[in-house]
Design a binder for this molecule. Structure first.
Ligand code: FMN
Length: 351
């Protein structure tokens, strides 16, 4: 495919980035396969310790010698999400108890550690020296960006508004990832609330590409095929990041049930919800969303919400049920065709 500022800068064949998946859904195999097919694979590492980041990097390098990205969340908890008083715990427990009862789960013990520790994770990423460091939910400190630059690591920062793109530009982030609300997973807004930052991929990408000419842009959100990638390039982007299309592949770390749901009827009506994690995210409606939506204003903040919902997810998954899983999915799901990275990449890059 076409050479762009992104292919040149990252040393890849095609201007295609496999979006990172946090929370255990990225795999070294997925990253390596995308690299072999000429795209940029990304590993979502925000729940990993520094040691695990080192381990994953070694695994990726053992499978492929192609460039790849490591990805972190800059802000790892929302306001109030770093502690929980006994009163707050009891208030949250009242909401979750009926759902725990359905799975005969015991009342949980409050967590000791609430967040993931960006400060230590970034040290491991710098040490690993990936071709790119992509991030969501904020702008890393100047010293971190300078260190990336010194080590030859391209920085890619996600934005949901023009103001956020201007903040990335001012901070010196190398590449701006414009994330439209069509995208699967979390809405990575960091200046305004996610609900007030709902721009689509088309407008956001065009705006940022037209206004911030000195930084290459990668577009994400709703892109699953070749016409989608071409449209992103026509808007002025130098590349496209695809999440849902790679999540649907067997090499991703999600469950078969989740992959089947993407190809099923549910993939046609994704919604934005705070019930999965406390932060706004796009996925397929199910019982979890239905049961928690009436309490959405009372749910604990991220990441405490995840801590309450994850035992439900595990219990449901153990029974092969999808109704309590976080079924992340983007609006492009009904266009999905492929279940293997090699087939998907061949289709995306065919002349
Ligand atoms: C399950 C899942 C987890 C994700 N986790 C992350 C993450 O940790 N960090 C990140 O930058 N993006 C994350 N994303 C966003 C994707 O990398 C990508 O930008 C998005 O899926 C693109 O939109 P699309 O799904 O419409 O192609 C995640 C997406 C999904 C589906």
């Amino acid at each position: 495919m076409l050479r762009t500022e992104i292919t040149e800068r990252l040393g890849i064949q095609h201007p295609i980035v496999q979006g990172p998946f946090g929370g255990g859904i990225s795999t070294p195999q997925l990253v390596a396969e995308v690299g072999k097919a000429g795209g940029l694979g990304s590993f979502g590492a925000y729940t990993l310790s520094a040691h695990e980041i080192e381990d994953v990097t070694n695994k990726i390098r053992a499978l492929s010698n192609h460039p790849f990205a490591l990805n972190l969340w800059v802000s790892d908890h929302d306001r109030g999400g770093d502690r929980l008083t006994p009163e707050q715990f009891d208030a949250a427990w009242k909401i979750f108890k009926p759902l725990y009862d359905e799975f005969e789960l015991e009342k949980p013990v409050p967590p000791v550690k609430f967040f993931h520790g960006f400060e230590t994770q970034i040290e491991a990423v710098l040490e690993a020296r990936p071709a790119a460091f992509s991030f969501v939910f904020g702008v890393p400190k100047g010293a971190i960006l300078a260190e990336c630059s010194r080590r030859g690591i391209t920085t890619i920062g996600a934005v949901t508004t023009l103001a956020e793109a201007e903040a990335m530009d001012a901070a010196g982030v190398d590449v701006i990832l414009t994330t439209g609300f069509e995208a699967a997973g979390h809405r990575p807004s960091f200046l305004g609330s996610a609900e007030l930052s709902l721009m689509g991929t088309l407008t956001l990408t065009r705006l940022v590409a037209a206004k911030i000419k000195r930084r290459p842009v990668i577009a994400a959100g709703g892109i699953v095929d070749r016409p989608g990638i071409q449209a992103a390039l026509d808007l002025g982007a130098a590349g496209a990041q695809l999440g849902t299309a790679f999540l649907a592949c067997e090499e991703s770390g999600t469950t078969k049930e989740h992959r089947d749901a993407l190809f099923g009827e549910g993939g046609q009506r994704t919604v934005l919800t705070r019930t999965y994690s406390g932060r706004l995210a796009r996925g397929i409606p199910n019982r979890l969303i239905e049961a928690l939506t009436p309490y959405v204003d009372k749910l604990p903040p991220f990441p405490i919400e995840v801590w309450f919902t994850s035992p439900l997810r595990k219990a449901a998954a153990a029974q092969g049920r999808t109704d309590f899983l976080a079924l992340y999915a983007g609006q492009g799901a009904p266009l999905l065709k492929h279940r293997r990275v090699a087939d998907l990449m061949a289709d995306l890059t065919a002349n």
